[in-house]
Design a protein around this ligand. Structure first.
Ligand SMILES: C[S@@+](CC[C@H](N)C(=O)[O-])C[C@H]1O[C@@H](n2cnc3c(N)ncnc32)[C@H](O)[C@@H]1O
Length: 208
C-alpha cells in the first residue's frame, strides 16, 4: 500500500450519487478532468459543514459535483447560487441535483459569470471560483464586496499542474491568469490566505 492509498483508506467514502455523476460525466461530457472529484470533494464538503453557510456563490458549475459537495453544509434555509456558461449541461446538472436532493437549495444561472455576478444582489459566506482561469482576478474583484467580513473566497486550480512555476515569457493565457491572481491576493492586505496542496491547488482566502 502506498501513502496515497493509506490516506484514501482513512477518508470518508464518496457519496454514491457523486460516483454515478463522475461516471456519467466521464462517459458523456468533454473534459471530465474538470470535475472536482472525490478527495477534494470530501474536503470542501467538510469545510462547508464547518462554516455552515447561508449563502454560497459558485462560479463554474460544470456537471455539478462541487455544488453538491458545498450544498451538504448549507444551513437549513441556505441557498447556493451557481453560474455556468454552457447551458447544454443543464440536463445532467438537474438530474444530479435532484438525485442528491439539493434541487430546492440551488439556483443555477446559465450565462457568462462576468455579466451575471453583478446582477446577483446578495452577500455570501463562501464564494468558490472555478471557471475560466484568465478571469480569476476579475471574478475576485467582482465578488469581493459581496463577501461578508470574516467570510471565505475559495479558489480552485491555483497550481495549474505546476505550470505556475514556468517563466513569465513561456506562459499560456490560463497560467498567466492564475499567476496574476495568486500574486495579487498574496499582497492583498484585506485577506488572510493559505495555498493548500490539494489536487491542483486550492487557495483559501478569508476576508478580514
Ligand atoms: C473546472 S469546471 C468547474 C468544475 C466544477 N466546479 C466541478 O467541481 O465539477 C469550469 C466550468 O466553468 C465554466 N465557465 C467557463 N467560463 C465561464 C464563464 N465566463 N462564466 C460561467 N461559467 C464559465 C465552464 O463551462 C466549465 O463548466
Amino acid at each position: 500500500m502506498n501513502i496515497k492509498e493509506y490516506i484514501l483508506n482513512h477518508t470518508e467514502k464518496e457519496d454514491p450519487v457523486l460516483t454515478e455523476l463522475t461516471r456519467e460525466t466521464n462517459l458523456k461530457v468533454l473534459k471530465p478532468r474538470m470535475l472536482t472529484g472525490y478527495y477534494q470533494g470530501i474536503f470542501i464538503q467538510l469545510i462547508s459543514k464547518m462554516i455552515q453557510p447561508k449563502n454560497i456563490l459558485e462560479i463554474g458549475t460544470y456537471t455539478g459535483y462541487s455544488a453538491i459537495c458545498w450544498a451538504k453544509g448549507l444551513k437549513k434555509d441556505g441557498i447556493i447560487d451557481t453560474i455556468e456558461i454552457k447551458d447544454e449541461l443543464e440536463p445532467i446538472i438537474n438530474k444530479y441535483f435532484i438525485k442528491s436532493g439539493i434541487e430546492k437549495k440551488v439556483k443555477v444561472h446559465f450565462g457568462n459569470a462576468l455579466k451575471i455576478i453583478p446582477e446577483i444582489n446578495k452577500t455570501f459566506d463562501i464564494v468558490f471560483i472555478d471557471a475560466d482561469k484568465t478571469n480569476y482576478l476579475n471574478y475576485y474583484n467582482l465578488v469581493f464586496n459581496k463577501v461578508k467580513k470574516g467570510a471565505y473566497i475559495i479558489v480552485d486550480n491555483v497550481l495549474w499542474n505546476g505550470k505556475v512555476l514556468n517563466n513569465n515569457d513561456e506562459l499560456d493565457e490560463s497560467t498567466r491568469g492564475i499567476k496574476i491572481f495568486n500574486d495579487f491576493v498574496q499582497s492583498d492586505e484585506r485577506v488572510e490566505n493559505i495555498l493548500l496542496n490539494i489536487r491542483d491547488g486550492l487557495m483559501i482566502l478569508r476576508k478580514k
